[in-house]
Design a protein around this ligand. Structure first.
Ligand SMILES: Cc1ncc(C[n+]2csc(CCOP(=O)(O)OP(=O)(O)O)c2C)c(N)n1
Ligand SMILES: [Mg+2]
Length: 280
């Protein structure tokens, strides 16, 4: 979480300096991402959206490789096969159909794999997502949809995007579903582990909604303070999952100053690598 936070922060600063064309911050979603990525493990193939930076870090993708796309240097800075983490997609929900098709294809090849598809709350309203859930259900594809509901689709609040819930929509297509608050990585890990085990045991699709908070703008070009309630934003900034988890582990005696200093050093190294690669 700390390394992902460092990369996310530094990338935002680099974009402000004009070194990157754009950046989509994941601040506030680290518990959702690290908890879920840990539950998925290294085996399942991940089809991400475009904001899964902490998941990418969990999959061994370094900050420079992750950020290169946003400097216009490549379409994808990592090897999708080696990391089992497909390229980011900016066309909403297309990865849902790609992921379901991949799962069905691998089963037909007698090489079945568990597939995990990350998607945002707003993208669940795309037709592709409905088609993907329906296809996954009728074909009994081993796909886990992980929907990070960060409260917003750019400036459209989640509550104004649908007349029902994301989990209920998944039920309507015949998927088992869950919805949890994803502010703590341990809770997220356990819920996602249950979901992954269900998909693997039943060889059937499921969806888990992770309710998190988008602390920053949709992108670094989004003046989100013009449409967000300042009080809600102040609460989001105070309820930081990274700081809360650090305190939780520290209080439980699971980590100490020395361990935290080691991780902070890794985070600092990730920042310096980004500066060396991209600062103008
Ligand atoms: C097919 C398509 N329609 C519209 C857009 C424009 N667009 C980009 S991001 C976004 C909001 C997506 O919100 P959500 O799925 O909740 O993901 P988040 O950005 O919050 O992580 C929209 C409408 C797009 N990229 N692709
Ligand atoms: Mg969203």
């Amino acid at each position: 979480m700390l390394v992902a936070r460092a990369i996310d922060d530094e990338a935002s600063l680099l974009q402000n300096q004009g070194a990157l064309d754009l950046w989509l911050p994941c601040r506030g979603q680290e518990a959702a991402q690290v908890g879920s990525a840990t539950a998925i493990g290294d085996e399942a193939v991940i089809f991400p959206s475009y904001r899964e930076h902490a998941v990418a870090v969990q999959r061994g993708i370094d900050g420079v490789s992750l950020v290169a796309q946003w400097a216009g240097r490549t379409f994808c800075g990592w090897d999708p096969h080696r990391h089992r983490f497909f390229p980011y997609t900016l066309v909403l929900a297309t990865q849902a159909l790609h992921g379901v098709g991949y799962a069905i294809g691998r089963r037909l090849q007698n090489m079945p794999e568990t597939v995990v598809i990350y998607i945002g709350d707003g993208a669940t309203s795309e037709g592709d997502m409905s088609e993907a859930m329906n296809l996954a259900a009728v074909e009994s594809a081993a796909v886990l949809f992980i929907c990070q509901n960060n409260g917003w689709a750019i400036s459209k609040p989640s509550r104004e995007q649908m007349a029902t819930s994301i989990a209920d929509r998944a039920n309507g297509f015949g998927l088992r579903s869950w919805s949890i608050a994803a502010d703590d990585p341990d809770d997220t890990y356990l819920a996602c582990l249950t979901a992954r085990r269900y998909v693997e045991a039943e060889q059937a699709p499921a969806l888990i909604e992770l309710r998190a908070t988008r602390v920053r703008g949709h992108t670094t070009s989004d003046p989100h303070r013009t449409y967000r309630d300042p009080n809600e934003l102040a609460v989001a900034e105070t309820n930081d999952p990274v700081a809360a988890y650090r305190e939780k582990l520290y209080a439980a005696g699971v980590v100490d100053d020395q361990w935290l200093a080691t991780v902070e050093a890794q985070a600092g190294a990730a920042r310096r690598a980004l500066l060396e690669a991209f600062a103008t």
